[in-house]
Write a protein that binds this ligand. Structure first.
Ligand SMILES: *Cc1c(COP(=O)(O)O)cnc(C)c1O
Length: 395
């Protein structure tokens, strides 16, 4: 078996059109989002308008990162220091980090067998903690049953904040991921579905929430220039009591993102073709388990997760290492030490009274994760799947 030699970290290049747009911004010298001639919308203003249109939301704000957008989303819906915020035990580090940043108390919820949030544990923790907020992370693109989530949020009066870092372009029962939360956040960091290096987008239909978010992002009282924002009168109520945390997006990144948004659906389609090849091949391999997915879920297969239910931690470590030797980069969520982008909840030791999650630890102990960059072809995916199958036989 020859080794696979493409890089799992190699995304597609930025298109010629996006490069041209970026050059135009640089030639103009107007990189700051509020630096434009009178009455002229900037690339950032236009990106927000187009993103809101894409998601069917009323308002949108572009900021410096996905993590920053989560933080100001929590502040904008009213999370106060020591308020309990429920969130997934299986998620990425910036999610509990955002809750910690606003002084919220993180209560992590168990993980179901299909990698989504455990609904029974969610009810239990909502009941026990009296939480008013749920920061729901659609981790690695796995969408929980949103019908049940909405019902639970109603029952326990939870304000829902969606973390859609991996679900831009995905849907539940025909409704866009991000359309369920009171406020929802997206990331345009290089490994997500849009790439500006760093960046975050926040959407909401609530005018006061958006006015606050814009003030928090650092509007220098230029809020009236925003296109995807409520009327200036809404800002009058909150503008002097809302601090400036300075986390605006700049025009250069917005210029690079706008042409990408136009081809996003095509990109999602391409991801799903690659995912489909891997999914079909890997499901045929003895010892590999992939979760069933609801018919209501239209996900974007920009990465794939599977479990090696019959393998020990030592065997999985060996498997990951042998795959790496053949050029196939797989992460394992069960490792005791956080590594790269993969960390387990028990390494977030800054969380006070960090609750134990035995079910999540059990599920993560056999869970593997692999990126699917669009620089791969369907033939590459066939090759990768057979390397995985062959390697598994050796451990
Ligand atoms: C990437 C990501 C974020 C936000 O990350 P940034 O690097 O701050 O843009 C949030 N949640 C999840 C699950 C992510 O994967």
């Amino acid at each position: 078996m020859s080794a696979f030699d493409k890089l799992f970290t190699q995304q597609e290049p930025i298109s010629e059109l996006a490069i041209q747009k970026a050059i135009m911004v640089m030639e103009s010298g107007r990189l700051h989002r509020y630096n434009s001639a009178a009455g002229e919308p900037t690339e950032t203003d236009l990106l927000e308008q187009e993103f809101a249109d894409y998601l069917g939301s009323r308002y949108c704000l572009a900021c410096t990162s996905g993590g920053f957008s989560l933080q100001i989303a929590l502040r904008s819906v009213g999370v106060q220091p020591s308020d309990v915020v429920l969130s997934n035990g299986f998620t990425l580090a910036p999610v509990p980090g955002a809750i910690h940043n606003v002084g919220g108390h993180v209560v992590l919820v168990e993980t179901a067998k299909d990698y989504t949030i455990d609904l029974d544990d969610l009810c239990k923790k909502a009941e026990e903690s009296g939480a008013r907020f749920l920061l729901l992370s659609h981790m690695r693109g796995h969408i929980a049953n949103m019908d049940s989530i909405m019902e639970i949020c109603e029952r326990y009066r939870l304000c829902l904040i969606e973390d859609c870092a991996h679900t831009l372009g995905a849907q539940w029962d025909g409704q866009q991921s991000g359309a369920f939360g009171q406020v929802s956040c997206f990331s345009t960091q290089t490994y997500k579905h849009l790439n500006s290096g760093e960046g975050g987008l926040l959407i909401t239909d609530d005018e006061v929430v958006m006015a606050k978010a814009i003030m928090y992002s650092g509007s220098y009282m230029h809020y009236h220039r925003h296109l995807a924002a409520p009327a200036p009168s809404v800002f009058e109520q909150i503008r002097l009591e809302t601090p400036n945390f300075s986390g605006r997006m700049d025009n250069l990144r917005a210029a690079v993102l706008r042409p990408q948004l136009e081809v996003l659906d095509q990109k999602c389609h391409n991801w799903n073709k690659l995912y489909g090849v891997l999914d079909t091949k890997l499901r045929q391999v003895k010892d590999i388990w992939l979760p069933p997915r609801s018919e209501k879920e239209s996900f974007v297969g920009s990465s794939i997760q599977f479990s090696l239910l019959t393998k020990s931690p030592h065997e999985i470590e060996t498997f990951v290492k042998k795959c790496a030797d053949k050029g196939v980069t797989i992460s394992w969520f069960g490792a005791n030490e956080p590594k790269g982008y993969t960390s387990r909840y028990d390494s977030w030791q800054y969380i006070s009274n960090l609750n134990d999650l035995p079910k999540t630890r059990q599920i993560l102990s056999t869970m593997c994760d692999m990126r699917i960059p669009l620089t791969f072809t369907q033939e590459d995916c066939v090759t990768i799947a057979s390397i995985i199958a062959d390697t598994l036989k050796l451990v």
